[in-house]
Design a protein around this ligand. Structure first.
Ligand code: DGL
Length: 276
């Protein structure tokens, strides 16, 4: 991807802006923290308006622009759309109007799927908006046209995850309802096409068994961020102490617990900022 920085005076010590509707994008923030420990990450979780996945494309685009502007006001040097729904429906617009590099999670997820599949049958779980957009089919077929893509909208999962029901019988039952049709089609790879879903990794892994590989975009997305920063001379100085700062648009009781327990993330300051 070609990003230029001539038009804006950016500096490596500024933060990487990351956003999601809620806690899901923390799975991407965790990958960024692991790969790029010197980088400051400013994460915005739009907890006032989660979930995005059942909203219309126009609304998802508006929310994404609003949240990106908050990150830019705070000096973000690059924006990571750590939400598949916003990546599917708003990245193109964000790239048009923002003058910093914008990285989404769909292409990195599609690349992970194409690298993993052996039988060329890939399942994609996502929100309704992501599945309806067809973004994964397009991204996978752009890399390898012959792959059969079975996509399943899983609208009940994000509320269960936001509630912190990560290891729960109800969540397992819901997972089964969503996955059975895709498993019946013989998929050998399952894309966790929503950044919330890696928080259900254990449940999903148990359910699909050893013959289906689970892939998500977090690691590939972090690698893309690294290469865009390097290509544009925007990497943080090695001496900089990285960290994670979080802004929420509504106080959330489960946010910090899930961040600490499931992802081992140390969240420093948590700020509140109201939207729309
Ligand atoms: N984590 C998001 C995604 O990757 C959003 C889920 C939602 O808000 O519905 O799609």
């Amino acid at each position: 991807m070609d990003y230029t920085v001539e038009s804006f005076p950016l500096h490596g010590s500024r933060p990487i802006g990351v956003f999601d509707s809620g806690i899901g994008g923390l799975t991407v923030a965790a990958a960024l923290r692991g790969l790029l420990p010197s980088e400051q990450i400013h994460y915005v979780g739009d907890t006032a308006r989660v979930p995005y996945g059942g909203k219309s494309p126009v609304t998802i685009e508006r929310y994404s622009l609003e949240i990106s502007r908050i990150l830019l006001e705070e000096g973000a040097k690059l924006i990571v759309v750590a939400c598949n729904t916003a990546s599917a429906l708003a990245v193109a617009r964000l790239r048009e109007v923002l003058d910093v590099p914008v990285i989404g999670v769909i292409e990195p997820g599609a690349a992970a799927a194409v690298a993993a599949t052996r039988n060329q049958r890939v399942g994609v779980m996502g929100t309704r908006a992501t599945v309806q957009s067809g973004a994964y089919e397009r991204a996978i077929h752009a890399l390898r046209p012959g792959v059969l893509v079975e996509a399943q909208a899983c609208p009940l999962l994000v509320p269960l995850i936001e509630e912190g029901w990560l290891e729960d019988g109800v969540t397992e039952q819901v997972v089964g309802r969503y996955l059975d049709p895709m498993l019946a089609k013989g998929i050998d790879t399952l894309v966790l096409g929503c950044t919330h879903y890696p928080l259900l990794y254990k449940v999903l892994e148990r359910y699909v068994g050893g013959s289906v590989k689970l892939v998500d975009s977090a690691r590939n997305c972090a690698l893309e961020v690294q290469s865009v920063l390097e290509a544009n001379g925007l990497s943080a100085p090695q001496t900089q102490q990285g960290g994670l700062r979080v802004t929420l648009t509504d106080p959330s009781t489960s946010f910090l617990r899930v961040a600490a327990q499931s992802l081992g993330l140390e969240v420093g300051e948590v700020l509140l900022r109201s939207v729309g």
